[in-house]
Design a protein around this ligand. Sequence first.
Ligand code: NAG
Ligand code: NAG
Ligand code: NAG
Ligand code: NAG
Ligand code: NAG
Ligand code: NAG
Ligand code: NAG
Length: 626
Amino acid sequence: MITALRSLQFLILLFIELPALAQDENQFIYNGFRGANLRLDGLANVHSSGLLQLTNNSKQRTCHAFYHLPLKFDTSSSRLAQSLSFSTNFIFAIVPEYPTIGGHGMAFNISPSMDFTQAQANQYLGLFNSSNNGLASNHLFAVEFDALKNLEVGDVNDNPVGIDAGGLNSTASAPVTYFSNKEGTEKNLSLISGNPIQVWIDYDHEVEKLLNVTIAPIRTPKPNRPLLSTPINLSQILLDSMYVGFSSSTGSSSAANHYILGWSFNKSGQAQNLDLSKLPKLPRKRKSREKMGLYITVSLMTLSIFLIITGTAYVVWRKKYEEVREDWEQEYGPQRFSYKDLYKATNGFKDREILGAGGFGKVYRGVLPSSNIEVAVKKVSHDSKQGMKEFVAEIASMGRLRHRNLVQLLGYCRRKGELLLVYDYMPNGSLDKFLFSNEKPNLNWAQRYRILRGVASGLLYLHEEWEKVILHRDVKASNVLLDAGLNGRLGDFGLARLYDHGTNPQTTNVVGTVGYLAPELTRTGKATTSSDVFAFGAFMLEVACGRRPIDLQELPEDMILVDWIFEMWKQGAVLETSDPDWEVGMVKKGNVEASAEFVMSSFPSTSGKASAFSMSSNESILFRGR
Ligand SMILES: *[C@@H]1O[C@H](CO)[C@@H](O)[C@H](O)[C@H]1NC(C)=O
Ligand SMILES: *[C@@H]1O[C@H](CO)[C@@H](O)[C@H](O)[C@H]1NC(C)=O
Ligand SMILES: *[C@@H]1O[C@H](CO)[C@@H](O)[C@H](O)[C@H]1NC(C)=O
Ligand SMILES: *[C@@H]1O[C@H](CO)[C@@H](O)[C@H](O)[C@H]1NC(C)=O
Ligand SMILES: *[C@@H]1O[C@H](CO)[C@@H](O)[C@H](O)[C@H]1NC(C)=O
Ligand SMILES: *[C@@H]1O[C@H](CO)[C@@H](O)[C@H](O)[C@H]1NC(C)=O
Ligand SMILES: *[C@@H]1O[C@H](CO)[C@@H](O)[C@H](O)[C@H]1NC(C)=O
């Protein structure tokens, strides 16, 4: 009884197991290939994640992955209803070695054998060789995903999907597009993007004998329109027992990683869709060694470019505020300005801050950042180092000069080839603007007289009242500045010395301005307080007559102001020379003489010397005028 029961149990088990086994051979689904029963060769391997990898980037390799058991494809078609029909769905990805060039691609195939030792790599996809390609005796059916265009096998373009029967000259092929159900349009798809791509291959043998190949990116529902829908009679190709699987190959110059993420196959109906959530992930785009090298190179280059840029910026920044500072300057510390402060004060020496430009350089208005004091900054270009020490010493001592008719020198700064002198800011600018341009109002005699007196007083201070004799050497209207109260202040004193120091003593430069140079100065080249007084006289006549010492607009004989006045004076018409713009009603008579008288009395010692000058000197005119 017990034995009978056991036999029954066995029989029941057998009946339950057998159809299950039969069904297993007809259909399977792999959401990832962990534990899958596959027959692999070549480089093919299953990663621990369940990812099936066919080729990697090694060149000229082939590999295959087949379901381990042969499937029954009954070609006699009379016995079983769905003998040749099949349906399969899989997801693959091609990650090429170089982004734009694929390997030779991969194929889904149905083959009578799993032995491909005779097959070649490259365009033969590990399925054929050059002699058996295209022979019906191969009994091999494939759907290829070819990443390289191969003229030899008549590919449509470098992105084709083809149905191959017996050989790689596809029976049907098309460039890869997919139909978007949502948008109702065909869309391009790259096989070698490295992104997972889904494929459905459905063959109905019974009714239509149509083979459909449908393709779409992952997570896109199966398109309603297949990419290829080809009538084909597989009973002429397939044999009764066939293996299903994949193959891929790489070329001699181009390679790619071919991956399969999941696969379902069904001979009894529609292949199930894969469960995307269970699929293995593609490896992170690992960089090959060369790529790593490239990345390192690129990173290093980026880094060094960054360093160069910041370095340059720093150097530029340093350069921008760079100064020349020497040990001997330490004692002048308090009078030294930092270039950065001056740069900021003048808004970076902007053109709109320019107050004027003279023989020595441009003058900029500025507001010192720390104290908000308005200053005028004179930029003097000076390349010679020679004499700089003496000159700076002089500047420093001149910084100690205090007189209400001198423009106060506040300090200096030195850069390569450049000297910056910082002065009190004179809101009314230089006197020549008042005399010779229309932008400033006319000055009446009282104002002019006060200016002359002031300048004379300042000059006297330089010559006689300070601890050292300071020659101005460039007295003229443009070097006389007017403060807020229109008082004349002599500026730029001693600056001419800069050029004197810098030059060879044997060929002393005559510094000053033509028209103000005392006659003996051009002969001897030796500046004295007297030559300053001569220039002052020319300046005085300039103010009194409202004319430049040399006026190119006049008749040649009247061009030199001093000569002209002297001529007029000889004719007894010296008053004709006075500025016609002077206020009406002012007493003109004696103005020139009066100014001369005052000035001469302000220079007790130099006036004597001045009187000894040649007849053409203006002092002599003035003297006689007395
Ligand atoms: C490809 O895989 C084989 C076997 O794992 C390995 O020896 C070879 O170095 C790999 N090639 C590349 C380019 O990664
Ligand atoms: C091609 O493969 C067949 C077997 O399929 C083999 O007999 C033949 O020698 C091979 N030819 C070449 C050139 O490898
Ligand atoms: C494949 O197609 C190419 C080009 O169309 C042709 O030259 C070649 O002979 C074909 N090969 C076979 C085996 O049909
Ligand atoms: C698709 O590819 C074809 C051929 O390469 C090209 O002419 C077409 O412009 C592409 N379409 C889109 C939408 O990229
Ligand atoms: C193949 O596609 C055509 C056209 O969309 C369709 O009529 C046919 O039913 C499809 N056959 C299979 C087996 O999916
Ligand atoms: C398909 O091929 C088989 C075998 O060659 C043949 O018997 C059958 O008639 C063919 N069917 C069609 C529809 O061409
Ligand atoms: C095969 O098709 C049958 C009938 O549609 C279905 O029940 C079964 O789940 C399918 N199996 C696979 C693995 O796709």
